[in-house]
Design a protein around this ligand. Sequence first.
Ligand SMILES: [Zn+2]
Length: 194
Amino acid sequence: MYHDLPRSTRFWLFLLAVDLDLAETTRKQGCPCGGRLHSANYLRKPRGTPVQLPKEQRLRLSFCCDRDGCRKRVTPPSVRFLGPKVFLGPIVILISAMRQGPSPRRVRELFARFRANRRTIARWQVFWREHFPQTPFWKRARARLVPLVEIVTLPYSLVDFFLARHHRCRGWTLLLRFLSPITIPGALRIEISQ
Ligand SMILES: [Zn+2]
């Protein structure tokens, strides 16, 4: 069913455009200290992208405060980069989802194409099953998904939720936008209540 990402360059360009919008919103808000934010992007080296991504698409958009004594780095949410992982967010979601999917052959093909090894994928599984459901983001956001999404089959259940309702490119974009709040540094911290 949802065994692949859109391969067209247009899809990845569109994700970049969404990231630019998210970045612009962050820039306009400025630094919490009141300072202005200047562009301070950094280059990532994502692995296993389905299309060869040009340099501007490998940039993690980011800012630095211009005020002396602050100089804080402020990184906006992203639909392309999921935390510090070396794989692009969509790939992490897709491969993890396929582990719960129907066809072992498909999974082998994905492993081969994205050059992700089993240990990496096992770590992603732990992330989706155990860490992600504990995040403040998920606890708030899951109420917005009706019907409810099953935790035991994350992230497949999330992919299914968005792609069953929308055309493929649009479904992926909505899913990545939904998840984008977890991509800013510190957003995956878990609150442990005593
Ligand atoms: Zn500042």
